[in-house]
Design a protein around this ligand. Structure first.
Ligand code: ADP
Length: 261
């Protein structure tokens, strides 16, 4: 009868509402845990450059300021750490927005070759400074892909920067856009280096926030330990994922697929 139907319907609505509340509860719990962990990570990462700046400034105030031979060196070292803080802050803002889903990808068709060209223009000077041969190869010069062009440029920049940072003098870096062997509707983008490589136990952790195989090498090269987590998040929001292969002592290949437009 209609009375029990109404009660049934009400019960269903209550059950649905309870489920929504439960999901929202778990979502907030995850966010809260994320927030706690993130704040812990941030304070840890900020300490190193802040303590360094404090040390240099204190030494200057304690008398080094009078010594012309050292004051400039100390100021430059302090400045280097200020720059590091700036990069770190920018990366932190970016990762926070990506991880909480605040930063959306604007997916549109664009020419992948143009984007690759921009990456080359941005980084060829840096590669040359490190005595590395940086080359770009593309099978599909006229191909358009679907994606957020700025975000995907950043993905490629981060991967090529790593290929430069963790390389050796005289080494190679190759950025490739290839036809996908298995999918006619996709292209494969890869960055290959002849650098130091990554041991298997580290390879599976490289996209974790702040994970670095060698902290001092990463810091020396201006790394923040966030580059690959940013890459991972951007690719996920494109329905793609980062693949990493590496032979310790020989080099690495990072690759991902993009949908053709
Ligand atoms: P970082 O700012 O330290 O470079 P990333 O998130 O970009 O941070 O990379 C995390 C770590 O993974 C690096 O510190 C480095 O140890 C390792 N790594 C990344 N790319 C490469 C590469 N091409 N060759 C060797 N090691 C790499």
């Amino acid at each position: 009868s209609s009375g029990t139907d109404e009660i049934d319907q009400m019960l269903q609505e209550v059950a649905a509402a309870a489920e929504t509340i439960e999901q929202e509860f778990y979502r907030l719990m995850r966010l809260e845990n994320y927030r706690k962990e993130f704040i812990g990570d941030i304070s840890h990462e900020l300490k190193t450059p802040i303590f360094a700046i404090q040390g240099f400034v204190e030494t200057l105030l304690d008398g080094a300021l009078e010594d012309e031979n050292v004051n400039r060196v100390f100021l430059e070292k302090a400045m280097k750490n200020v720059n590091r803080l700036t990069i770190l802050t920018n990366d932190l803002m970016e990762i926070a927005k990506l991880e909480t889903g605040e930063l959306k990808s604007h997916i549109r068709p664009f020419y992948i070759a143009d984007c690759v060209q921009e990456v080359q223009d941005t980084l060829q000077y840096r590669a040359a400074e490190e005595q590395l041969a940086f080359s770009v190869q593309t099978d599909e010069p006229d191909c358009r892909v679907m994606g957020d062009r700025n975000q995907l440029r950043q993905v490629m920049v981060n991967l090529v920067e790593n290929a430069i940072k963790y390389n050796r003098p005289g080494g190679k870096v190759t950025l490739r856009v290839q036809r996908s062997p298995d999918h006619a509707k996709k292209v494969k983008v890869s960055v290959e280096d002849t650098g130091i490589g990554i041991a298997p136990e580290h390879l599976e952790r490289v996209t974790e926030r702040f994970f670095r195989v060698d902290k001092s090498r990463s810091r020396d090269k201006g790394g923040t330990g966030l580059g690959l987590s940013i890459v991972k998040h951007i690719l996920e929001s494109h329905g793609s994922s980062l693949q990493a292969q590496s032979v310790y002592g020989q080099g690495s290949v990072f690759s991902f697929y993009l949908k053709k437009a």
